[in-house]
Design a protein around this ligand. Structure first.
Ligand SMILES: [Zn+2]
Length: 166
């Protein structure tokens, strides 16, 4: 699926989750004309009706939920995205870059020993270098996805959502 999104800065948490799910998502400062002109073919997401009114012609979606799970449910319902339509490759939650799979031995210097030994796989952001792996946050992610896709999802096994700064 080729969905690409643009969100206003107040939806930063939504942007991070969309990236972890693999959706190409950029965030822009509210009211910044320069950012808004670099809009490409992205669907603009906002809770701000006034901001959306300024977007002359760009496709957009007004979200009403305060919580990120509700926002994702609104978005996925509107676009008819199901749990099987999610992109395969997670992106860095901060940089929006697709993670690159890396070998276990390559992460050893950068992650706790326990993680280096037990995590199933690792991805690295080619821009900021953060390392991601499915781990501590996976259960939380699973519960979260059950809220987004209440009718079931088979897509939480591959999601790394924990980062290790260094
Ligand atoms: Zn990054």
């Amino acid at each position: 699926m080729g969905h690409q999104f643009m969100v206003d800065m107040t939806l930063g948490k939504l942007a991070r989750w969309l990236r972890i799910l693999g959706f190409d998502t950029v965030a822009v400062r509210e009211g910044s004309d320069r950012d808004l002109t670099d809009r490409q073919n992205r669907l603009f997401l906002s809770r701000n009706r006034g901001l959306l009114a300024k977007l002359r012609g760009q496709s957009h979606l007004l979200l009403r939920s305060h919580g990120v799970a509700g926002q994702m449910r609104e978005l996925f319902t509107a676009l008819q995205i199901t749990s099987t339509d999610l992109p395969g490759t997670p992106r860095c939650s901060l940089c929006n870059m697709e993670l690159i799979r890396i070998e276990r031995r390559a992460v050893r210097p950068f992650v706790p020993d326990y993680v280096a030994c037990h995590a199933a796989r690792f991805g690295r952001c080619p821009q900021c270098g953060r390392i991601y792996w499915p781990g501590t946050h996976q259960r939380r992610m699973g519960l979260f996805m059950e809220q987004v896709f209440p009718h079931g999802t088979s897509h939480n096994a591959d999601l790394g959502s924990l980062r290790c700064g260094f």
